[in-house]
Ligand binder design. Sequence first.
Ligand code: NVA
Length: 371
Amino acid sequence: MAWSPDKTEVKSWNEWDTLRHVIVGRADDCHIPPEEPALDAKVPEDSDMRGQWGRRPQETIDRANELLDNFADQLRKRSVRVDRPVSIDHSQPVATPDFHTDSQFGCMPPRDVLLTVGHEMLEATMSYRCRWFEYLNYRPLLKQYWEEDPNFRHEAAPKPRLTDADYNPDYLSEKIGDAQRLEWAAEKFFVTTEEEPLFDAADVLRFGKDLVVQHGFTTNLKGIEWLRRHFPDHRVHTVNFPGDPYPIHIDATFTPLRPGLILNNPQRRLPEEQRGMFEKNGWEIVDAAQPAHNTPPPLCYSSTWLSMNVLVLDPKTVCVEKSEVYQAEQMDELGMEVVEVELRDAYAFGGGLHCCTADVYRDGDCEDYFP
Ligand code: NVA
C-alpha cells in the first residue's frame, strides 16, 4: 500500500529509498559532558573541547535550532513528514549502581540512538555513560508510533553496565598520538572492551537484507553479535576502516547513495578483504570528494568529513550541507540532484545531515542486493 501522510507507519529497510517520514533532532539543552573513558578516547587530542564541560552556550543552541528547524521545513516542503523529539533535562546526572556522571549529552543526534530496520525501531545500548538515558528524548515519539501503528515493533537493546571493565585503560592517557592510534585501529584494539555487547545505531548501515556494521570505539564485536542474533533474517557484516584514528559512527566514512553506489572516505578506505560482497555484486565504491573546510567548527566532536554525512531523499536526490561545494559537485557528477541545506553551525551538536535525522518511513521493501 502506498504511504499516506494521514496514517503513521514505521518502515525503512535501507538508506536510499524515497524518504516519507523522518525525525529531526533538536539542540535544546545540549551539554558538553564531563570526562569519561569512552568520550575522552574520541575527543581529538588537539580539540578545544578537552578539559571543559557544561551546558553549551545559549547562542550556539539557538543557532543550531534555527538551522535544524529550517532543515525540517525544507523537508516538509518536499512532502516529507517531520517529527521532533522532546528534550529531557540534560543537566541531570546519570547514576546507576555501577557508575555516576555529572551530566548528559543532548537530544542530538537521533541517528546515534535509533536504528530503524523494517517495522522496528531499536534503541541502541550506547557506549558513553552520558548517553545512557538519551533514548528518553525519543520516547514520546516512539510511544505515539506504537499507539498508531499496530505493526510497529519498539525494541530496546539490553542496557549495558558501563563499568570500568568496558574500557581499555591504554586509551585513557592524555596523549596517545595518531601514529599509535592508527596502529591500534589496525590491530582492532579499541577503547571499548568485549565485556558486554555495546553498539551505537550510527555504526550500522542498512542495505535491505544486509546490515553493515563498523567495529570501532562505539561498537564492539559482542554488540555486532547481539545485532546478528536480534535480526536472524538479516546478514550482518563487520567492517573496519583502519585509516581512522577515532573510529566512531560509520556515516562520515561509508555512505551508500543508491543500489550499486557507495562513497568511501579516501582516508578510511574499506580494506580489500572486506570488499568481496560489494565487488561480486557489481557495486562501485568511489572516493568521496574532499571536505570544503580544513577544520571542524568550534566545540565539535566530529571531523571535517561530515561533508559526506549526507541524507539521501531518494535514489536520485540527496541533501548536502550548503558549504560543502566539492561534495555537491561530486554528487552532480554522479547524477544526483543536490538539495543544499545549511547545517555547519549545528555540527558541534553531534553531526551532519544523516546524523541529525532518523528514518521512520521509506518506500520499498526488504531487497537482497547481495545474492
Ligand atoms: N567518525 C566520524 C563521526 C561522524 C558522524 C567523524 O568523522 O568524526
